[in-house]
Design a protein around this ligand. Structure first.
Ligand code: NDP
Length: 208
């Protein structure tokens, strides 16, 4: 059976593609968080779940009461899997199959049973995005990039390495079709969203 499609989902500040600062998100955008939650959670088949794959730093940046992200199979990556497993024993035991640990992205994808998992989302952070976007891997089918602009100057120390010689932004209609295919039509305004000092657009990128 085919493996489920793999999407990267990320919100980045233009023009630098900054995504984080001091281990946290540099902004708090409620509607953007709703988009992330719904896109990564929604499945066609009510018997299936989506998988979210993330690096250890990103998992640890989620407040304990909100993790693992609910309604999704969470896979957390660490290269020091034995130590991390010890540290996470109780959290993993408490969450059963909804929280899994893996030593590499390839290993994470081994967990995937296409009869149970509908889509896979790579949700950060920078290190994991870099591995997933490696030119040679061709593992990622699409990038769901929220392009943010800000009126205020922000401190940023973590960036998305998006190679525009490899990836191109697609027409808004292609993102609409993807959202319709997920049953999320009409829920989101794709461009010109405003929250506080921020403006943002939801965009879709594919390989050239
Ligand atoms: P990551 O979340 O990528 O975590 C890095 C750690 O995860 C590594 O040290 C390693 O853990 C493990 N890891 C990562 N890739 C692999 C791999 N391929 N195989 C095995 N283990 C792996 O951290 P970053 O510091 O790069 O990013 C975190 C920042 O990004 C934060 O500021 C966060 O808020 C931000 N962020 C922003 C997002 C956005 O959309 N704007 C989305 C997600 C995060 P170990 O050290 O245990 O070996």
């Amino acid at each position: 059976m085919d493996r489920p499609e793999v999407s990267i989902i990320v919100a980045a500040l233009l023009p630098s593609h900054g995504i984080g600062n001091r281990g946290k998100l540099p902004w708090r955008l409620k509607k953007e968080m709703k988009y992330f939650r719904e896109v990564t959670t929604k499945t066609h088949d009510p018997l299936k779940k989506n998988m979210v794959v993330m690096g250890r730093n990103t998992y640890e940046s989620i407040p304990v009461k909100f993790r693992p992200l609910k309604g999704r199979v969470n896979v957390v990556l660490s290269r020091d899997l034995d130590s991390y497993r010890k540290k996470m024993e109780q959290e993993v035991a408490a969450n059963g199959s909804m929280l899994q640990l893996a030593g590499s992205l390839d290993q994470a994808l081994l967990f995937v049973d296409p009869t149970k998992i509908e889509e896979i989302f790579i949700i950060g952070g920078a290190q994991l995005y870099k591995t997933a976007l490696d030119k040679a891997s061709h593992m990622v089918d699409r990038i769901l990039l929220t392009e943010i602009t800000s009126l205020e100057q922000l401190q940023l120390d973590t960036f998305l390495a998006l190679d525009s010689t490899q990836w191109e932004k697609r027409f808004e209609t292609e993102l609409s079709s993807y959202l319709v295919s997920k049953g999320l039509a009409d829920e989101f305004q794709l461009t010109g969203n405003h929250e506080g000092n921020f403006q943002y657009d939801f965009t879709l990128w594919k390989r050239k």
